[in-house]
Write a protein that binds this ligand. Structure first.
Ligand code: N01
Length: 512
């Protein structure tokens, strides 16, 4: 966004809480942290030179490599001179008289700006559950999303890991290798698909580069911002051998696109069950102890309704002698005591606790900005019953404010880089338009917003997503309203909707 604004001659400044660029890939340094979108396409496409000069080493990039890439981007485009690091914004207040925002930081600085663009991420407000006795624990505690920069050495340590979503599933095999003992506390099992990660050969990269522009363009118009080799008919219409072959092929391909291979798996419970049963069988075939395998198999929600996880050796890790799975679904962690975690009558003694317990997703970080709009209304009050946006980029009553990958946009249901680039271009085009007509104030129309929110809900209700207690619905945060937050209509359809808004000269916004 900064690069694009600069390119178009806007004066702009970025505030960043971290000491460096990287966002998710700056904070998430936990063992095993890796992206589950392929590196060649989890990278920017706005600069052909950048694409050519950066050489990815693996199919799925590990956190250090993505962070190095983002640092390279910052250096290459000389971005740091307009970024204030170690600077957390704690208040963003609209001034009616000047139609400008007052942005204040924890470091005591206040600036005013015509426009504010939030780029705070969807999964950046780490959630540590309020388990009684946490302060009494005598060992170290870590959250995967706030991992120490210097790293953590678990050699010789007994580690307790809470949470079995994407982060916990990536961290488990790596911590198990290093630690003396690992106890995994699982409340709800996740479905996980093998990554089949591998180094990228120069030939693979060269072949990808030959069709790069064409493939990127297809991604921009695809459902999830990635290309998936989806079947052309339902699993339910296939003879048994064809169905089996397709499932096996998808499992061998691996990765987050697994469920997307089956066109009706996310809308038809019966088709979904075929896929879920297949994965359950795979888990049983990997895990030696049938009782442990059973505990690892999800049974309470459709596959894909919670974010599918992608792993390297997750299930096999439970065959190790130094790893124990504790089911805290039926019987929660009662208390944390100085020497460990108490579940039922048993105290699990540990030297360190890893919280892989997720985030106050999509709205958490926006809430923490302290945004106050027209008539002194707080964004948190306006969104008390759930986020309301127009196209996921703006919200009525908060003029001159744009959100990148905000609630109501495809964001977390897509390849984030594709969605970020689309929002950046769309917002920059709109700002250009506003500048050219001399506007000082732009605000989403309340009726357009209400219709968009209804559409977001309607689309979600046609899918199986609402049938899981996921962070997509805010179900992981006590007291958070149960509203499906991302837009499930697909990146391509969403782009068309945004483009139509622009080509019709932004009918869903008021300007003056
Ligand atoms: O967080 P999560 P995450 N007691 O919310 C459990 C992206 N991501 O950091 O399901 C016990 O998914 C909770 O249990 P339950 C990706 O989009 C991507 O793992 O609520 N357990 C759950 O098991 C992902 O979806 C990548 O019952 C407790 C876990 O903690 C998103 O980030 C890698 C608990 C939280 O899982 C978030 O993933 C990592 C308690 N009191 C993340 N409270 C890749 O690209 C919570 N839990 C690969």
């Amino acid at each position: 966004m900064l690069h694009e604004l600069r390119r178009r001659g806007f004066s702009s400044h970025v505030f960043e809480a971290g000491t460096d660029v990287g966002g998710t890939w700056y904070w998430n340094r936990y063992p095993g942290a890796r992206c589950d979108v392929e590196s060649l396409f989890y990278s920017y496409s706005f600069s052909p030179e950048l694409t050519k000069e950066w050489v990815w080493t693996e199919r799925y990039p590990a956190q250090p490599e993505i962070l190095a890439y983002l640092q390279h981007v910052a250096d290459r485009f000389d971005l740091r001179r307009d970024i204030s690091f170690s600077t957390r914004v704690d208040s963003v207040v609209f001034d009616e008289a000047s139609h400008r925002w007052q942005v204040s930081t924890e470091t005591g600085r206040t600036v005013t700006a015509r426009y504010v663009v939030t780029a705070v991420g969807c999964l950046s407000s780490a959630q540590t559950p309020a388990i009684p006795g946490l302060d009494s624990f005598r060992g170290a505690t870590y959250h995967t999303g706030q991992w120490p920069k210097e790293g953590v050495d678990f050699t010789g340590k007994r580690v307790g890991l809470i949470g079995t979503g994407s982060s916990g599933i990536q961290a488990t095999p790596v911590i198990a290798e290093q630690a003396d003992r690992l106890t995994v506390f699982q409340r709800t099992p996740s479905f996980s698909v093998p990554a089949h990660n591998h180094p990228l050969s120069p030939e693979t990269i060269a072949a990808a580069m030959e069709r790069y522009d064409e493939v990127r363009e297809q991604m921009r118009h695809s459902p999830g911002g990635t290309l998936i080799d989806a079947a052309d008919k339902s699993l339910l219409e296939m003879p048994d051998d064809e169905r089996r072959e397709l499932l096996e092929r998808a499992w061998k391909t691996g990765g987050a696109g697994f469920v997307g291979t089956f066109p009706d798996a996310l809308v038809n419970r019966e088709a979904n069950k075929v896929v879920a049963d297949f994965v359950a069988d795979k888990i049983r075939s990997i895990v030696n102890d049938p009782a442990v395998a059973d505990r690892l198999i999800p049974s309470t929600y459709p596959i894909g309704a919670k974010r599918i996880c992608v792993d390297t050796d997750y299930y096999a890790t439970f065959n190790r002698d130094n790893v124990e799975l504790v089911d805290v679904g039926a019987e929660p962690i009662q208390e944390i005591v100085p020497q460990g975690l108490k579940v039922g009558d048993r105290i699990h003694e540990v030297d360190a606790i890893v919280f892989a317990t997720g985030y106050d997703a999509m709205t958490g970080s926006l809430a923490r900005l302290g945004i106050v709009g027209v008539d002194g209304v707080r964004l948190t009050d306006k969104w008390a019953a759930g986020p309301e946006t127009y196209l996921g980029v703006a919200t009525s009553g908060f003029p001159n404010l744009f959100m990148l990958t905000g609630p109501g946009s495809p964001s977390v249901l897509s390849n984030m880089v594709v969605s970020i680039e689309q929002h950046v271009d769309w917002v920059a085009d709109f700002l250009d338009r506003l500048r050219s007509e001399g506007a000082v104030r732009v605000e989403a129309d309340r009726v357009a917003e209400t219709e968009w929110v209804a559409h977001v809900n309607e689309v979600a209700n046609h899918t199986l997503y609402p049938q899981a207690n996921s962070w997509y619905l805010g179900a992981n945060v006590p007291g958070k309203p149960r509203i499906f937050m991302p837009y499930a209509g697909g990146v391509g359809a969403y782009r068309e909707r945004c483009d139509a808004e622009a080509s019709r000269d932004y009918p869903g916004f008021h300007r003056k």
